[in-house]
Design a protein around this ligand. Structure first.
Ligand code: HAM
Length: 420
């Protein structure tokens, strides 16, 4: 127990740090190119925020939240997604009063959901998300999708499909709800238990149920697209035109409704084309009502979230290997007490000069130090030995060519740095 991480959590180990850092670097770069700046919000918020924001009929709120009372008897919940916290920060800090749009991204924020752990489903995962407030044009969604595909493309991922849908707005959705309910109420006995419950409170969710009998049933259900009001229809048409103009292939999938209550108009998912059904790499959409619903002024908004662990899983599936930077440029080996002090100083000076330098901290013999330098794939060994010190030099060996040169002790770090 003591040495086992809780179920559904993963360590990021030092040997994998470069993978996370490469992904983060690409995300930061692409987000900045589109004018997004970073936001960091707390890992926990008042439970009320998610009840009102994410929606109390969603699986996340009903089954998956990590909620507890703090010592002050307040109900606290670990972030089950990133959008509600970003909206809370926007409202609390009056960012809506600055020049709009206000564009923000969060990078590998930890997200907690009490799900059944399985491939691609963790109880703690990390999300990159982009949220744009104050932009009502479908250019926002097109920009989000384009930036997202840019990130995945930079990482070398292939075979992705963009699926989009419109789930309408408070003007047109009630009529669709009524039509869908009418259709489904003729088939109540064929619905799974969850969907029977959803029928009254959130019939849209029946459309993306993964139970085979429900999936079969919704094939013939009325489509939201036939019920869109003029404004929603126009918005959806324009989005498709923008994606086409940008040569982004997409599919309209009327069964995408998303598992969170706040969406209006556009919803989208990016899936891997081959592989596990129902496992989206990314999800997002427009949520024009959420800021107002949480107490801010009416502010339209759209965004997406993508799980970094799912990206890494897909990189592995596709055999994409992200290059690992060298761990050590120069290993400073030493022989003897006096040499140890000199090697410590040389190592420090090399680091100051921007060279990745390592030295012995385990009291190893010279032979063992050479072996270790090989193991960490050091490019050079700088030998500080009694004999070399007496002659006022450091011996530098290139581990690839085995060539050796002698460098004067004076300004040795600068001379070595210049050689690399
Ligand atoms: P979501 O679809 O619930 O949307 O999650 C976004 C992404 O997080 C998923 O596509 C997936 O990559 C990852 N993810 C979700 N659950 C898990 C899990 N249990 N284990 C591993 N990865 C997971 C949202 O959270 C919305 N806040 C997205 C959004 C932002 N919409 C507008 N703005």
């Amino acid at each position: 127990m003591l040495t086992q991480a809780p179920k559904g959590t993963r360590d990021m180990l030092p040997q994998d740090a470069h993978i996370w850092q490469t992904i983060e670097g690409i995300m930061r770069r692409r987000a900045a190119l589109a004018g997004y700046r970073e936001v960091r919000t707390p890992v926990f918020e008042h439970t009320e925020l998610f009840l009102r924001g994410v929606g109390d009929t969603t699986d996340i709120v009903q089954k998956e939240m990590y909620t507890f009372k703090d010592k002050g008897d307040r109900s606290i919940t670990l972030k089950p997604e990133g959008t509600a916290g970003a909206v809370r920060a926007l409202i609390e800090n009056h960012l809506f009063a600055d020049t709009l749009p206000c564009k923000m991204y969060y990078l590998n924020t930890p997200v907690f959901r009490y799900e059944k752990p399985q491939a691609g489903r963790l109880r703690e995962h990390h999300q990159f998300g982009m949220e744009c407030f104050g932009g009502k044009s479908p250019v926002v969604e097109a920009e989000l999708i384009s930036t997202l595909l840019g990130i995945l493309g930079d990482l070398g991922l292939k075979g992705l499909s963009v699926n989009i849908n419109s789930i309408g707005c408070p003007n047109c959705r009630p009529k669709y709800h009524a039509a869908l309910k009418e259709y489904l109420s003729g088939h109540v006995n064929e619905l799974c238990e969850d969907c029977r419950e959803r029928l009254d409170r959130n019939p849209l969710r029946v459309l993306d149920c993964k139970v085979p009998t429900c999936k079969e049933l919704v094939k013939d259900a009325p489509s939201m697209l036939e019920y869109l009001c003029d404004d929603c229809r126009e918005h959806f048409d324009q989005l498709q035109k923008l994606l086409t103009a940008r040569d982004i292939p997409f599919q309209v999938d009327t069964h995408i409704v998303r598992g969170l209550d706040y969406y209006t108009k556009t919803v989208f998912e990016v899936m891997v084309t081959r592989g596990r059904e129902g496992l989206a790499l990314c999800g997002g959409g427009r949520y024009d009502g959420l800021v107002e619903q949480l107490g801010g002024p009416a502010t339209c908004a759209a965004g997406f979230g993508i799980g970094t662990e799912r990206i890494i899983m897909e990189l592995e599936n596709q055999g994409v290997v992200l290059p690992q930077p060298p761990l050590c440029d120069v290993y400073v080996a030493n022989l003897g007490e006096e040499a140890r002090e000199q090697s410590f100083l040389l190592c420090q000076q090399l680091r100051e000069a921007g060279v990745k330098a390592e030295e012995d901290v385990c009291g190893r013999s010279l032979k063992a130090q050479f072996k270790f330098a090989d193991k960490i794939a050091a490019r050079y060994i700088a030998l500080v030995g009694g004999d070399e010190l007496a002659r006022g030099v450091v011996k530098l060996r290139n581990l690839a060519t085995r060539e050796e040169t002698e460098i004067p002790c004076e300004n040795a770090a600068a001379s070595i740095a210049a050689l690399l």
